[in-house]
Design a protein around this ligand. Sequence first.
Ligand SMILES: [Zn+2]
Ligand SMILES: [Zn+2]
Length: 267
Amino acid sequence: MPFLYDMHTHTNRSFDAEAPLAAQCKRAEELRLNGLCITDHCDVNVQSLLCARTVFAAGGADIRRMQEEGNLPFRLWQGIELGEPLEDLPYAEEMLGLLPYDYVIGSVHNTPGQQDFYFMDCSSIDLDSALKPYFEELIRLADWGKTDSIAHITYPLRYIEGKYNRKVELSPYLDLIDHLFRVMIPKGLALEINASGLRQEIRRPMPDERFIRRYYELGGRKIIFGSDAHAAKDLASGIPECMELCRSIGFETAVYFEKRREFSYKL
Ligand SMILES: [Zn+2]
Ligand SMILES: [Zn+2]
């Protein structure tokens, strides 16, 4: 039985998720996960700092209680999905210092200054003016280097292609994506393989195979898997398929984090 770690999951402490912590833990037990990391949203450009502090302090207390009293047959960790940290650095720094997280995801959900692609009407937006600054922001995020991974780097496609059915030609952005990987690799930032796309309209992981291969070609070996489950039924969904894909590309190991230290396991 291969190891199974889900390092990107949400509970009802995220604005867009419905699963209580107990439901996520129950599902993790049913699936015989080795480790589950709760990474609720902290989008610094959306949520007030006061609200984020309150939510994470309460969420952290719940997770500690569950770790101590839940008699869990898997490792439970507390993470954070720090969204758009560069849009308010003092806020992001304060949240990084708030709790002793196990794992910090860095993510971007919007073109800087615009709204999340999740909320955006992508039917008529100019793709180049949305995507180029998006990838440039990911490079700046990697350059900042204070997260453990960079998540779902093809996030806009989940909406532009998946929801709005507009084909995106990524050739103009290949240099930017190479640049991103060339910043991430020497800094030791993990590339998240986000499985949520497999159960959504886009029908492929984020990033998709082409970019996972490119990361490998450039020498990247540090991958981390997450289902991005917002409901218990989606926990770990798509991760075995993503693991198989990565094995076929040549990856032999993947990583998880505990107390922000990285551990690798065999794929
Ligand atoms: Zn995200
Ligand atoms: Zn997420």
